[in-house]
Structure formats: structure tokens, C-alpha cells
Ligand binder design. Structure first.
Ligand code: GLN
Length: 275
């Protein structure tokens, strides 16, 4: 009996987390949610049914949905993602919100995003602040290729990408705001061996014995790359608010604060370079 949209979904829903079967079928069919719900009785071509079964099996075996579809929604943007980049997370939208609160809409400010991965943070800021100039860096040229493709597909011309570690490609430049979602998981943390994290680039996730090596490297030199009164915003783990705030204070930042994400967990610490 040929499979229909509904029967294929029903079968897959029983094996996957909520919403995943729909994302995979939408990807196979090149259709959106609305089409899927309006066409439950549409027959599936054999090739589509086979491709869908294969993706469901790979998902069941642990491959991240975003790598199977090559797409992930972040902020208001649809991004291309792949195994060269971290999969953008909803909680990182908090970093974007806090950055936007500090970037007046109509001024031509300069913003840096360090470790941009797929470009998520830089592109979200660039899309909301068309007059801002955003520079995004990454040590992975494969990640930068993805980020550049995203900027091109979204038609965002106010972002520029540079290859290198943290501030290395920004020698002598100063910004009004620097944001980063750096790796912050402790090496050896059992979470690295679970779920999507097993498939993501280790360099995008882990950072030394306490997870803070990269945050230390960034806070140590950030002030030299900020305008007076400029902001540094760092995403980190829910239990790292105290240590990251302390690093910001040691580096001479003022107005240091740690803010929570929507789930009430410490997520971003920030500070301002004294004038
Ligand atoms: N800035 C990117 C993101 O937030 C990549 C972060 C990373 O690789 N640690 O998705």
C-alpha cells in the first residue's frame, strides 16, 4: 500500500521527538508546515518515502535534525548549517537580544562577533541593525564558508567575515560592542558524549579543564578592541556566571552583570569598558 503523508508521519512520530518527523518530511518534500497539514492524504512517491525512512533512521541513530536537513531557524532567519558549524541554539537568541538593547537602531555602530560558526549571532544583529557594520571571526575556514553563504543567501551586506582566533584578525580595530558565544563546556564533561553534541565540532564546544579557557583569552584582551563605553557580551554555561563576571571585573570592566535566559538560567555575562 503506498504511504501517505499522514501515515508516514504517524509512523515516524512514534520514533522521534515531537516536531522532528514534520521537519524531516518537509525537507524531503520541499514543502512547508501549512502544506503538510493540508495534505495529509497526499500519496508519497516511493523515492520520497524511501528518503524519509532513511532520514528517520539516521535521526533515530542520533544524527542532529539540523545536519540532516542542513537548515536551522535562528532569530528571524533561516540558516544553512552543517557539520563544520555548531547548530545555533534558541538560548543564544538571548545574547542577540542583549546586544540589540545596547545598539541604538539608527546609528552606524561597529560590532564584532567572535567565533561566528554558522554566522547566527552576526547575521541576526546585522539584520536588525542595517546601519551597523558587523565583523565576524572564526578559526575554522569551513565554518566561515557556511557563514558567508548564509550572509549571501540572506542578502545581508553589512557583515564581513575574517579568518582567525578571536580578536587575531581584528588587530588595531575597535568596536562599540563585541559579542561571542564561545565554546564553554569543560573537557571531559559527560554531556559532550550525548545527543547532538556528539556530532558537532569539538572545537566549537569544549574549552579546557573548566570550560573557561576561551572566555579567559577573550576577556584578557577585549578592552583593547572596544571603544570607551563599549560592551563585551559573553554567552556561557548556567553555572559559569560567577567566574565569568569575576573575569570581566579583573579585566577592568564596569557595569558587570550576569543575565538569565528564558528558562531562568544564567546565560550571558556582560561588562562595559570604562570611558
Ligand atoms: N556563534 C555561533 C552560534 O552561536 C557559534 C558558536 C560556537 O561555535 N561556539 O551558534
Amino acid at each position: 500500500m503506498p504511504a501517505h503523508v499522514d501515515s508516514a508521519l504517524r509512523h515516524a512520530r512514534a520514533r522521534l521527538a515531537p516536531g522532528e518527523a514534520e521537519l524531516l518530511l518537509m525537507h524531503v518534500l520541499g514543502r512547508g508546515h501549512a502544506w503538510l497539514y493540508a495534505h495529509g492524504d497526499a500519496p508519497l512517491a516511493a523515492a520520497d518515502a524511501e528518503r524519509f525512512d532513511e532520514l528517520v533512521a539516521r535521526r533515530e541513530a542520533g544524527e542532529p535534525v539540523a545536519y540532516l536537513t542542513g537548515r536551522r531557524g535562528f532569530w528571524s532567519l533561516e540558516l544553512q548549517v552543517g557539520p563544520a558549524t555548531l547548530i545555533p541554539r534558541a538560548e543564544t537568541e538571548r545574547l542577540v537580544e542583549l546586544a540589540l538593547e545596547r545598539l541604538p537602531p539608527d546609528t552606524g555602530c561597529r560590532v564584532a562577533d567572535l567565533g561566528t560558526g554558522s554566522g547566527a549571532v552576526a547575521l541576526a544583529i546585522a539584520s536588525e541593525r542595517p546601519r551597523a557594520r558587523v565583523v565576524a571571526t572564526d578559526a575554522s575556514s569551513a565554518a566561515l564558508e557556511v557563514a558567508r553563504a548564509n550572509a549571501g543567501a540572506l542578502g545581508l551586506a553589512n557583515v564581513e567575515f575574517r579568518h582567525g582566533d578571536w580578536f587575531a584578525p581584528l588587530a588595531g580595530e575597535r568596536f562599540h560592542l563585541v559579542a561571542s558565544n564561545p565554546p564553554y563546556i569543560a573537557e571531559g564533561d559527560p554531556h559532550l558524549a550525548r545527543g547532538d553534541l556528539r556530532h558537532e565540532p569539538p572545537r566549537a564546544l569544549a574549552s579546557g579543564p573548566d570550560g573557561l579557557d576561551d572566555i579567559r583569552a577573550i576577556t584578557a584582551v577585549a578592552a583593547a578592541h572596544l571603544e570607551p563605553d563599549g560592551w563585551l557580551l559573553l554567552e556561557h554555561g548556567h553555572d559559569q556566571g560567577g567566574p565569568v563576571a569575576a573575569l570581566l571585573q579583573e579585566a577592568g570592566f564596569c557595569a558587570v552583570a550576569t543575565l538569565a535566559d528564558l528558562e531562568g538560567r544564567a546565560r550571558v555575562s556582560l561588562g562595559r569598558r570604562p570611558a
